[in-house]
Design a protein around this ligand. Sequence first.
Ligand code: RM4
Ligand code: MN
Length: 385
Amino acid sequence: MRDAKSVLASQNIETPSWAFGNSGTRFKVFAQEGVPRDPYEKIADAAQVHRFTGTAGSVALHIPWDKVDDFGELAAYAAEQGVRIGTINSNTFQDADYMLGSVCHPEPGIRRKATDHLLECIGIMEAVGSDDLKLWFADGTNYPGQDSIAARQDRLAEVLAEVYGKLGERQRMLLEYKLFEPSFYHTDVPDWGTAFAHCAALGDKAEVVIDTGHHAPGTNIEFIVAVLLRAGKLGGFDFNSRFYADDDLMVGSADPFQLFRIMHELALRGAVGAGSGIAYMLDQCHNIEPKIPAVIRSVMNVQEATAKALLVDHGALEAAQSAGDVLGANAVLMDAYNTDVRPLLAELREEQGLHPDPVAAYAASGYADKIKSERQGGQAAGWGA
Ligand code: RM4
Ligand code: MN
């Protein structure tokens, strides 16, 4: 097994540009001071997360929220800030035309518009040097009989095939599923099985994204991880934490044990750290907590779960499993989970020339005050900006 510290040192956790903007629930958005007003300022904030964690070297964009005139210039700015642009997330859920869906819409003209948006995202990937197109569709219906479930699958397959055909050599299509919302009777890509079926039909460049918040309560997410990994179809994660629905809270905050179990399945197959081929991303919103420290904390939560997973003694685990030692096998996992890995991570950070406590270092940096005083006027970024 590779040394845990070297794997951790090579880990990258991508931050979402939208986590730095104002967000909320449909009831209220509590605006914060110093929030970015454009994609450049979002990238500057993302760079702070990387500066203090050393692990968040890429930032995901959401189009059109992060649309700029010159994407090459935005990518150059990111590089200057010490980060790169990662996944390009499409958005076919906020235009009035999409009331009855986007890629599954009954009208060909609306499907064309949605398809063209996805192709535009591929163009942006080329301009910024990104390899991953992430697709999430709000498509579905609210009432039985509203539209044909099967026909909608056909329309989806047709659009995906067109977009897939336009991917460059190194580019991938990452298809995300979500159990429900905003459609409440049926969703067109509700689960990993549906996403898998479409990706399998498309080919090697199409893989499934697991957004941890997009499952029914009690779903065994690590099982999904194991199955997709085995099939070579796990493209990435949208990490967050949820209790009831798509809450998008900080990953590992409510259920660090679930996160550990997920990371364990990945570590078992050597699928963590550099070269894993898996895009580890956060998909979160910070409604009541300060945003940059919340993203720093989230990155640290993933690091801690990864470190614990890397400490699992695979030899002892296999021995206990093959001897039918139920309690012994479980104890091997629990030993790793119950290890305090914070000293190991503090040591790693010091070796990397970082402060051992990223949250404290950020607080002491004065950046929060700086953006509060500098970012006056203009429109704070939020959903739709
Ligand atoms: C969706 C899904 C997508 C994200 C949007 C904002 O529920 O998780 O990944 O881009 O929310
Ligand atoms: Mn997501």
